[in-house]
Design a protein around this ligand. Sequence first.
Ligand code: FES
Length: 152
Amino acid sequence: MSGYVEQLWDQLPENERQAMNILNKIQTEYGFIPRNLLFELAERTGIPESQLHGLVSFFKAYRTTPAGKHRIRICYGTACYARGASLIYDRFAEELKLESGDTSADGLVTVEQVYCVGACSQAPVIIQDEEIKNRIQSYQVPLLLNDLRKKS
Ligand code: FES
């Protein structure tokens, strides 16, 4: 992983050597922005590491820790929230013992909150990896997790 930014910098045409572009490539390659690569990017661009960290913290598309093998996104848009999105989130958090952070200790699942995914009439909605699941109720959460464990 070390030297990745330098290698990327050399491969990119000059007009694509921008911090955001490189952060996007790091996120795509590793699934998160490792601290050492943020440092490398700061060194290479001359942008203070604190500013880069601010960028990474601001945009939800960037992660600072590795994501779990499976990704659960719970819609917290108005329709889903009104129909129990927070109960679903709480059940995932309880089942996965998410005390700090969004990823289970075994690295199986990352649980995130997102806003309206455009399926309001089917609320509450979650997205399990790339599959939208409609009208989910909190009692279904253990079953969903069991299915994920079996798949892994
Ligand atoms: S509010 Fe959840 S899909 Fe629109």
